[in-house]
Structures are given as C-alpha cells and as structure tokens.
Design a protein around this ligand. Structure first.
Ligand code: GLU
Length: 277
C-alpha cells in the first residue's frame, strides 16, 4: 500500500506552497488507494511554536485535507532518535564537532572558498581530523559539540547506493554537496536528517513527496536508511510553487499565508482549484 505524508515544521504559518505540497501528497495517496499521514516536525525548540502547530492543523482542516490516524509530533520522540544515533556511533560513523559557524567560515575562506558565506560549500572537515587525544580532552572539558556523520567512511561502508525519484528517475547517492552533515546539533541533540528517516520508517512511509528544495537531503536520507537498516521508500520531489514575481513562497510573508487567505473570505474550494486540485 502506498503511504505518503506531509511533514511541516511549525516555525510559521503555512503558505500556498505548503498547501500545494500537502494536496500533492494527499492526491498521490488517493490515486493509489493508499494512506496519507500528517507529521509535525517540531524538534527545533528554538524555532517551533505550539500555536504554529495548531495553526497548521487548522489550516489543513479548512482546506479539506484528511489524514489517516493521529498526527505524529516529533517532540517527545527524542529517545527514539538518540537510540538510532547510538547505532551510528557504535558503527564508528560519527565524530564530535566543536566548530562555531565562524570557525567554519574562516577555514573555507582560508582554503580559497566563499569568503562571504558558507553557501553550498560542505563542512571542511576540521574536527574530523582532530588528534584523538585533543578530541578526548575537549570532550572531557565538557565543550559543547555537535555530532557529524563521517560521510566518506559511511559511503565506503555502504558501497554504491541509489534512490528512485518518480519524476527524475534513479539517482546515485552522492554526498559531495552536503558532506559531513550534522546528525545531532549542539543545542537539540538530534537533527532534521536523523528524525525524518526514523519517522518515515516508523510510520511505514513508502513514497516521500516534498518540494525539490529538499532533493539534496535525499542523498543523506538514503545513506542513513541503509546504515540503520530501514526500508527504502521512493521519492517524488515536486517543483516549487512560485508567486507572480517568480519568487518562492516564504513563511515570513504573512500576507500570503493560508490564514490570511482564509480571513480574506476566499473559499477552500477556490484555493484547491487555483492550485490544480
Ligand atoms: N519538515 C521539513 C520542512 O518543513 C520537511 C520535511 C520533509 O518533507 O521531508 O521543510
């Protein structure tokens, strides 16, 4: 059975781009006689707010979207995430990273890369090559650190992997763009990449639909699924909805939120029609 999901983060109000994504996932599940799930990705306590989570549920209900079963919330599932993190640790695939953003930028600039921003350049591996005694000492001193995936070691262990997107076809896993991603942040001890894989596996998601802005992350997810022995779903990254000026919708533009559209008196049917559903 096809199982899809919509997994928004409650860091603001939903906009038309989110509505499109949710309707897309629901329509695909319906088309296959499958199931559509809703998951609130609220692990980032620094940015997520309960009123936004409730707002998401209200807006989707207003749109007429129907999900199966209870809504899953990531907050409260920290134990599940940390047990999978431990498994990666036990495989020798994580290392502590003590770097600040500044350290990373300085290193990238010194190597001749983007002097003004981190941009698309992956983490330059500063802490991957720390001598073991230095690492131990810094850990013993209680220095704050993130945990990063040693992506080359992980790829070496996994061998050749690929993933299938229903739009663009089979893609070989390539970690060059994202590199040694953070799997446990300094502040919240887990991460989007880890939680999304654990939850898609727990919820039995078979087809991950989401915007093409997350395409690069899928390489990381496919690798983690392999390392953690999770079932492998298929993906369908859809093109992003844009406004009349060709810009992506953003949560910070309150006027374009579903809530504002709703308040303007526009009907849910009209919104669905405008979005092609
Ligand atoms: N929570 C993520 C976001 O709102 C989406 C996760 C996903 O669909 O995989 O950007």
């Amino acid at each position: 059975m096809t199982v899809t999901r919509f997994a928004p983060s409650p860091t603001g109000r939903l906009h038309l781009g989110h509505a499109y994504s949710a309707l897309f996932a629901e329509a695909v599940a319906k088309e296959h006689g499958g199931k559509f799930l809703l998951r609130i990705e609220d692990i980032d306590v620094t940015r997520c707010r309960p009123e936004f989570a409730q707002g998401i549920i209200d807006d989707l209900s207003w749109l007429g979207i129907q999900w199966s079963g209870e809504v899953m919330f990531q907050s409260g599932r920290e134990d599940a995430y940390s047990s999978f993190l431990d498994q990666l640790h036990a495989q020798g695939l994580l290392y502590p990273c003590f770097c600040t953003r500044k350290d990373i930028m300085r290193e990238i600039a010194a190597a001749g890369g983007a002097p003004h921003g981190h941009g698309d350049i992956p983490y330059p591996g500063i802490c991957r090559s720390l001598p073991e005694e230095v690492r131990m000492e810094r850990l013993a001193n209680g220095e704050l650190h993130a945990l990063r995936l040693d992506s080359s070691r992980a790829l070496e262990k996994a061998g050749k992997l690929q993933w299938k997107d229903l739009g663009i076809g089979v893609q070989p896993v390539c970690m060059e763009k994202l590199g040694d991603v953070v799997l446990a942040r300094k502040d919240i001890a887990n991460s989007y990449h880890l939680a999304v894989c654990v939850d898609d596996a727990t919820q039995g998601v078979t087809l991950v639909t989401r915007g093409e802005d997350l395409l690069e992350s899928t390489h990381v997810h496919r690798l983690l699924q392999h390392l953690l022995g999770f079932p492998v779903p298929q993906w369908h990254h859809h093109t992003l909805l844009r406004d009349e000026q060709g810009r992506r919708f953003a949560k910070r533009e309150a006027g374009l939120s579903l809530r504002a559209i709703r308040a303007s008196g526009k009907g849910a049917d009209e919104v669905r029609r405008d979005l092609g559903f």
